[in-house]
Design a protein around this ligand. Structure first.
Ligand code: ZN
Ligand code: ZN
Length: 322
């Protein structure tokens, strides 16, 4: 399928921008819960204007970091309380400015704040996993257009985030370090490479044009990123998102950062990486029924589609010619 063949390839941004009032805009700070962190001018009071990044609790989240984790065993109907924290990182004071149009300094600030929140949230021993994610556009699940990232601190490690550990236990090597080595050798699914990161369209991907940005140096936790890596990441993400937006006709997209669990006995095999998934197709019955994803675009073709365009946006990236 060509990019313009997808049924929902246009961004959902326009459809949800009809809201009358935005609590994330500068000047509306008293319409959110009190901020938990911010980058702001030193002479500006908290919970007022004058910030560049602001983090607030998610007003509508059912998660509360209160007490312990209570497992309720009611026969086959088991449940637990929603122990955790759910925060919203407002990435810019400017409504309508899209993440991929930020300057790289602002993207760097976003991820610097993510690191800060990651460290602070993981200091609570009840938290076992921190999921960082961004929904852009209606089809990616965004309900607010104002650019933001969400940080969900959970009391257990979700099954979806245990795959790398499972591979390590079977093979005694880091799956992503092996993937980096093999992809660089094969040069089939590589989109580009910066000093610290490799961009690939992963083998047997679930979603069309799904892409991963992988740190070339083995690192477990996202907040271990150095200043140089952070700067490189911001440039790489910006260049790659502009590529996606142009190649795929301004799609909705999700950005997810997968990282190692916290406050659990140490286990090897985790290697943080960032997934970018353009939302081009609605899951159909077969995906729900079987867990098998039908992807009409081979990642090998997606990589070719992105490769040439990316080089236009990022002269520093080494684009591999196939
Ligand atoms: Zn706004
Ligand atoms: Zn590794």
């Amino acid at each position: 399928m060509k990019p313009n063949d997808f049924p929902i390839n246009k961004s959902g941004g326009a459809e949800i921008d009809q809201q009358q009032f935005c609590p994330f805009c500068e000047g509306n700070e008293n319409h959110t819960p009190p901020e938990v962190a911010a980058f702001r001018n030193s002479n500006q009071p908290v919970n007022g204007p004058g910030w560049s990044i602001r983090v607030v609790p998610n007003k509508f989240s059912p998660f509360k970091l209160r007490g312990g984790l209570d497992l309720i065993d009611n026969g086959i109907f088991q449940s637990c309380n929603l122990l955790g924290k759910h925060e919203v990182l407002v990435e810019t004071p400017h409504h309508g400015l899209e993440f991929h149009n930020f300057d790289t300094g602002q993207i760097e600030l976003v991820y610097r704040m993510v690191c800060q929140r990651y460290s602070e949230l993981s200091a609570d021993q009840r938290i076992k996993y921190i999921q960082i994610y961004k929904n852009r556009g209606l089809f990616a699940g965004a309900s607010m257009t104002h650019s933001h990232t969400q940080i969900l601190a959970l009391p257990a490690v979700p099954g979806e985030n245990r795959g790398l550990l499972k591979y390590y236990n079977q093979h005694h090597q880091c799956l992503l370090c092996s993937v980096l080595k093999e992809e660089k050798k094969q040069q089939v699914r590589v989109v580009g490479e910066s000093e610290y990161f490799l961009i690939i369209c992963p083998y047997a991907s679930r979603f069309s044009y799904e892409s991963w940005i992988i740190p070339k140096k083995h690192a477990e936790h996202f907040n271990a990123i150095s200043n140089e890596e952070l700067e490189d990441l911001a440039e790489t993400i910006k260049a790659f998102l502009l590529t996606i937006v142009e190649c795929l006709d301004n799609p909705s997209y999700n950005i997810v950062i997968n990282t190692a669990p916290v406050n659990v006995p140490y286990c090897e095999g985790y290697h943080w990486f960032l997934e970018i998934v353009p939302r081009l197709i609605v899951n159909a019955g077969v995906e729900f029924a079987t867990g098998c994803y039908m992807n009409p675009v081979a990642p090998e073709l997606a990589a070719v589609c992105f490769r040439d365009r990316l080089s236009e946006y990022h002269s520093k990236l080494k684009i591999n010619q196939v």
